[in-house]
Every structure is written in C-alpha cells, then in structure tokens.
Write a protein that binds this ligand. Structure first.
Ligand code: SAH
Ligand code: SF4
Ligand code: F3S
Length: 445
C-alpha cells in the first residue's frame, strides 16, 4: 500500500522572533516525518503562530481559523493549533475555547520548546490541550529547525524585553529579558555554517542590552558588541546582521565592531517612534530627538555606506500637530533608508491604553498620509547615491513573474537582475544601474 505523506502548514504573523519560532515548529514536525503542505485547508497539522502587537490582529486570525471548521469536520485527524504572543492573553484563549472547538492545541511563547510533547499528546489522545505559562522557566531548550532559506537564518541571542515602552504589549507577552550564553549562540552558528548558512541575523527585542555569560560555568558577562565581534569571527560566516537596536543604549563600541568587521552588515534598524521629546518621554523611550540625531551623525561618520531604518508611531496619546511636525522634521533631517510606519494602536494592559488624551482617528489618518509622503520622498533620494557602484549581493530567490533574480545588499536594499537560478545562496558582485525607491535594478558583473 502506498504510504500517504502527512503534511503541515505553519502560518506566521509578526516579527523576526516569530519567524524564527516557526522554523523551530517546522523542525519538530519534519523530524516527526511530516512534510510541508500546500495550504491550510488540506494540511494535516496547521499551526497559527500569532502576533498581538497591534489591535485587530485577532479578527484576522479568527477569520482564518473559522474557515478551517469544514476541513476539520472532513478530516477527523486534522489538528489545528494556535501559539505565539496572542495566546499569552487570557481573553483570547477564552474566545478560542468557546467559539472554535475544532482548535485542538493552544500553547504560548514560554513553552514553545514543549511543542513536540504537546503535539504527541494531541495525536495520541485526540483531546484538546491548552497549556500557556505565565512566565519563562529560564532559557528555552534546543530545538530542531527547518529553515525557510537554506543559506540564511535568525539566531535568538536573547528573549523577552524589560523596557516597557508605554504603548507596547511585548514585555507582557514575551516576559522578562533573558540572554543566552555566548557559547550556545556560537555553537549554534557553527552548526548552521556547517549546514550551508552564509548569513545569520542575531535576534532580540533590544540586542544592545544583551548580557549573556561566556558559558554556563563562567562569571564573565559579555556586552552585545563583544558578542557581535565573536560571531563575526566564526569561520565561513559571510554576513552577520542584528535586530533590533534601541537608541537609548547604542554604544560607540558597537559602531566600532560594525566598522571593523567586513562581514558585519552595514544596516542598523534603529526605531525612533517619534520626533517629539514630550512624546518620547511619555512613551518611556529614554532619549530625546537631539540625542537620536547625534547617534545618527556618529553612525554616518564612522560607517559611510550604512543604511539606517526606523519605526514610527503616529497618533500616540497626547500627540499634537506640533509633536507630529517634530517627527516629520526628524525624518527629513535623518533621511532614513526605510521607515516602517504604524498608526498607534491601543493595547489593553499597557500604560498608554489608559491615558485619557487618545488622538482622534481622523487626525491619525491624516497625519499618517503626510508621513507616508515624506518617507517616500526621502527614501528614493537615499538610494540614488549608490547608482553606478558595484556591490556584493546575497542572491535570495528568483521571481517567476519578473524572471529575474533578487538579491540583498549588505545594507539590506534589494536588487533585481538577470541571472541563473543556480546562483541562489551565493554572494556575487552586481552593478547597480537604477534606483527604484526600496530596490535597485542591477547587472551581474
Ligand atoms: N523591540 C523593538 C520593536 C518591537 S515591536 C523596538 O523596541 O524597537 C515593532 C514595532 O511595532 C515598534 O517599533 C513600534 O513602532 C510598533 N508598535 C509597537 N506597539 C505598537 C502599538 N501599540 N501601536 C502601534 N505600533 C506599535
Ligand atoms: Fe516593545 Fe519597547 Fe521592548 Fe521594543 S523595546 S519590544 S517597543 S517595550
Ligand atoms: Fe508581535 Fe510578538 Fe513579535 S507581539 S511583534 S510577534 S514579539
């Protein structure tokens, strides 16, 4: 009899942390003999890895989960599971319990390393399991992983966040800051390199506050620049990125390490959130507009080819037209290479949610449009300066419609160019011919 392959589908929302977690979930399922399915309707195991950083994410999720009711009725062995940040919120778990009986497994951010045990139990007993922990029990255990790209991956260096920016839910759903030891990080990266990885991205909500021991037996505690420098020296590792840097503690040492290591990518994501000192204080960000501008100056002085990207929130409680104009002014002064823009979203449980000066939604929309126009103008201006240069590109994929390869520069800009699929995964020289905002058209050298 033909052995019918069992399949899985993982649907990921949110940030790079979740993307990495999903690779671990996939690793566990592949180890169990499952292969990736075509879609959520036909796959035997479907896991939604959720994000809750903005309101309304739950509506989108429930729409998709609701749709699977029919395929679960048709395939009695099908398992739908939900995990990730949203599952750390009791109200959401209650909603699923009541309204979506076909969801068989719920777990949270603190017990992802129990996934194999949990899924085995659901498979064996065919009963619903809900296991969400309030807090993390140390650092998560090693897990297998199935990388989306064979040649690049994320590496967690720390978990959680202690900053409590007043708008942000992350510290409540990801728990307190915990750093991995340098040894476990380096060992993992060496294994990845042996397995064909050429680029890693070190992941943390605020990598600059990394404080990991050298190893389990050591008392020595490393800073992020010290760790980054060690990672850059791993044999065979061609590129190192990291995400995210909080401006309040970006040190001179970090800039030195980026400058002194060729394989350290020249890209810094440095979320500013607002250009108004009053709002920054109310957000609990611990820096001023002036301080932010001085950090940018220093970075650009030391790293001439660096790209600086940022996140901006519009309509934080109490934001006036003057405050917003400060944000626009900062964006024009900095000339970011890319800006991720967000309308403020009220997250229950955060300090900002109970502030009584919430901004009218019509005003927020108007400001948001103005912000987008400013961003568009500035980003195009920035990419023009690279035209005509030959730069190294990590080839990532081939676009079927366009028929061209897509690669990434060290500074994170994308480049489209003609070439053979066999180049995917290698780093090659490409001449940048035309700047098109967030990407270039190029020619292989
Ligand atoms: N740790 C990272 C950011 C994680 S969340 C940092 O500190 O930079 C990613 C982005 O989502 C944030 O930078 C912020 O711009 C946005 N964000 C977080 N909470 C938000 C909220 N309540 N409303 C709108 N945007 C929000
Ligand atoms: Fe959220 Fe601030 Fe922590 Fe980033 S640093 S995850 S914005 S609390
Ligand atoms: Fe979202 Fe959780 Fe990341 S809330 S942004 S997936 S840490």
């Amino acid at each position: 009899m033909k052995n019918i392959e069992k399949t899985y589908k993982i649907i990921t929302f949110g940030c790079q942390m979740n993307a990495r977690d999903s690779e671990k979930l996939a690793g566990v399922l592949e180890k169990k003999g499952y292969t990736e399915g075509i879609d959520e309707e036909t796959s035997d195991i479907v896991i939604f890895n959720t994000c809750t950083v903005r309101e309304n994410a739950n509506k989108r999720l429930y729409g998709r989960v609701g749709h699977l009711k029919k395929s679960c009725a048709e395939n009695r062995d099908k398992i739908v599971g939900i995990c990730g940040c949203m599952m750390q919120e009791t109200d959401e778990v209650e909603t699923i319990k009541k309204k979506y009986p076909h969801v068989k497994l719920i777990f949270g951010t603190h017990n992802i390393d129990e996934f194999e045990k949990l899924i085995d139990k659901v498979l064996k007993d065919n009963e619903r399991i809900i296991e969400v922990l309030d807090k993390a029990d140390g650092i998560e255990k090693d897990m297998p992983s199935k990388r989306v790209y064979p040649f690049k991956c994320g590496v967690n260096i720390m978990y959680g966040c202690d900053n409590f920016c007043t708008y942000c839910i992350v510290p409540y759903v990801r728990g307190r800051e915990r750093s991995r030891t340098a040894k476990s990080i380096i060992d993992e990266i060496k294994r990845d390199v042996d397995d064909g990885v050429v680029e890693v991205m070190l992941l943390g909500q605020n990598v600059n506050s990394y404080k990991g021991k050298l190893d389990d037996d050591s008392d020595k505690v490393l800073t992020f620049p010290e760790l980054l420098s060690m990672v850059c020296k791993v044999d065979g590792l061609k590129r190192v990125r990291f995400m995210t840097s909080h401006p309040k503690d970006l040190s001179d040492e970090l800039i030195d390490v980026i400058r002194d290591n060729n394989n350290c990518c020249k890209h810094i994501h440095l979320p500013v959130q607002s250009g108004s000192d009053r709002i920054l204080e109310s957000m609990n960000r611990h820096y001023t507009k002036e301080k932010y501008l001085s950090i940018v100056d220093k970075i650009r002085r030391e790293l001439p080819d660096v790209a600086i990207t940022t996140d901006v929130i519009v309509g934080f409680p109490g934001e006036t037209e003057d405050d917003f104009n400060e944000t626009i002014d900062l964006i024009e002064k900095v000339n970011f290479d890319s800006v991720f823009t967000f309308e403020y979203s009220k997250r229950t449980g955060t300090k900002a949610a109970s502030m009584d000066n919430q901004v009218d939604v019509v005003i927020v929309k108007k400001r948001f449009d103005r912000l987008l126009k400013t961003v568009e103008k500035n980003s195009r201006y920035n990419s023009e300066k690279y035209v005509g240069r030959v730069m190294d590109v990590l080839v990532e994929s081939k676009d079927r419609d366009m028929g061209k390869l897509t690669g990434r520069l060290s500074n994170n800009y994308l480049v489209h160019f003609e070439g053979d699929e066999s180049l995917i995964g290698s780093i090659i020289d490409v001449k940048l011919m035309k700047a098109c905002g967030f990407y270039f058209e190029g020619e292989k050298c």
